[in-house]
Design a protein around this ligand. Structure first.
Ligand SMILES: [Zn+2]
Length: 165
């Protein structure tokens, strides 16, 4: 991904990243989860670089985000122990990151508004699960260890089965 002078000018308008970064939640404009998902900036940069190695054609604003987000993270002031949200114009490539995977690996913490603190232990589950030969339905739910609901989404997956499976 080419990082151009124009990208550099646009990047200069954003706040400098710090030691931890918010990648989902209210800080980046999401309705769900209810609290921010936060990761160590160096760890997030590593994961993003791996994700960007996939051969994806970006265009328009996604092209800028794919080029500039790694640069924004590389330039973080790691000695400043605060959380900075990924700026909106850079957030359009966050779908590349498996947020639940980061939570499962205890790499990410999720803020619980009811507990008033971040939790590294979040339970991920699918409730009301219904499954047939060709689809799976349910409600994806994340809960903090106190049982507060942090995320809720109805999911429906169509399952491609091959003969013999
Ligand atoms: Zn809680």
């Amino acid at each position: 991904m080419q990082f151009t002078d124009e990208h550099e000018r646009r990047l200069a308008r954003f706040p400098v990243c710090t030691r931890r970064v918010a990648i989902a939640g209210p800080a980046v404009g999401d309705d769900e989860p209810r609290g921010d998902v936060v990761v160590e900036t160096t760890e997030f940069l590593k994961r993003l670089q791996v994700a960007l190695r996939r051969d994806i054609d970006f265009d328009g604003s996604d092209e800028f985000a794919a080029a500039a987000l790694p640069v924004w993270l590389e330039r973080a002031k790691l000695d400043v122990d605060t959380v900075t949200a990924v700026p909106k114009p850079l957030s359009s490539v966050l779908w590349l990151i498996n947020v639940e995977g980061l939570i499962r690996d205890s790499v990410a913490e999720v803020f619980c508004p009811d507990c008033g603190r971040y939790s590294a232990e979040v339970r991920l589950s699918t409730e009301g699960r219904e499954e047939t030969h060709s689809w799976l339905r349910g409600t994806r739910i994340w809960r903090c260890m106190q049982g507060h609901t942090l995320y809720r989404e109805n999911i429906e997956l169509h399952i491609m089965r091959r003969a013999g499976c």
